[in-house]
Write a protein that binds this ligand. Structure first.
Ligand SMILES: Cc1cc2nc3c(=O)[nH]c(=O)nc-3n(C[C@H](O)[C@H](O)[C@H](O)COP(=O)(O)O)c2cc1C
Length: 245
């Protein structure tokens, strides 16, 4: 296995960091490398807001349900989907942006996810640990106000970065045979494969060094997928100029 494959396979989210600072130089290098990521129609719709002020961090940590690492991580940044820049392009050519298409929302969000994941790989290759913070969307309007986001910009997720203060264990993923399908979609084997994976996950959760629990993956998914998921998002996104048509 080459070094890149090894790095990818050794990922696990890190939620506890040492005091060792992450230099601005390294952070900038990580984001510059991530900027080379492919971008749909070359729209480059990702804006990264690095949040340094303790008060803002503390407010975002509270919005994120009290996730203390948002406050404590050496670096916390919010990855935003940004079509305001495209609007500026149109204005530079005396045109008005035809915004609000669901397709634009998908393009911008995918751009952010791809660039962020490149940043994550770059960071991990430099010995840093990371944790995505989707919980900034618990109250996206409050985050929008704190970060002074204009229309056509929304916070997709936050990202904590820092040097890990202890080793973390990799979470087993679904069997490859479930994820890769040949030629066409079939789910005939899925119930048995999921049952097998539940056993793997139960063993992993029981044996890991912290936060042990007794659950399988399908129970977790059932609990997640039978309740509402941030139902405020549609109205919020529309108020920011996304998903209108
Ligand atoms: C978009 C996104 C949002 C996430 N949000 C959070 C979060 O708010 N808090 C958290 O502790 N972990 C968060 N995670 C981390 C996932 O829980 C984690 O990636 C998953 O459980 C797999 O574990 P691993 O990354 O250690 O392999 C998020 C991950 C992604 C990709």
């Amino acid at each position: 296995m080459n070094a890149t494959l090894q790095l990818l396979k050794s990922h696990s989210s890190v939620r506890s960091y040492s005091d060792k600072p992450v230099s601005d130089e390294l952070f900038n290098e990580i984001i510059a490398a991530a900027q080379s990521t492919a971008s749909s129609s070359f729209i480059q719709a990702c804006t990264v807001i690095r949040v340094r002020q303790a008060e803002t961090r503390s407010k975002i940590a509270a919005i994120a349900g009290g996730q203390s690492y948002v406050e404590k991580a050496p670096v916390f940044a919010v990855f935003c989907a940004d079509l305001a820049r495209a609007e500026t392009c149109c204005a530079l050519h005396d045109q008005t942006i035809n915004s609000g298409f669901l397709e634009h929302f998908i393009i911008a969000t995918v751009d952010v996810a791809l660039m962020a994941q490149s940043a994550v790989i770059a960071a991990e290759s430099a010995g840093l640990g990371i944790c995505y913070i989707g919980a900034v969307r618990n109250n996206p309007q409050a985050v929008t106000d704190l970060l002074k986001l204009p229309k056509l910009v929304y916070p997709v997720f936050g990202l904590c970065l820092g040097y890990p203060d202890n080793a973390t264990e990799c979470k087993p993923r679904l069997p490859l045979t479930t994820v890769i399908k040949d030629e066409y979609y079939t789910a005939d084997d899925e119930p048995a494969a999921i049952a097998g994976y539940d056993t793997t996950m139960r063993t992993y959760y029981a044996a890991r060094s912290s936060n042990q629990k007794s659950t399988g993956w399908s129970e977790q998914m059932t609990s997640l997928m039978t309740k509402e998921a941030r139902p405020h998002m549609l109205e919020y996104l529309r108020s920011q100029g996304f998903c209108e048509k």
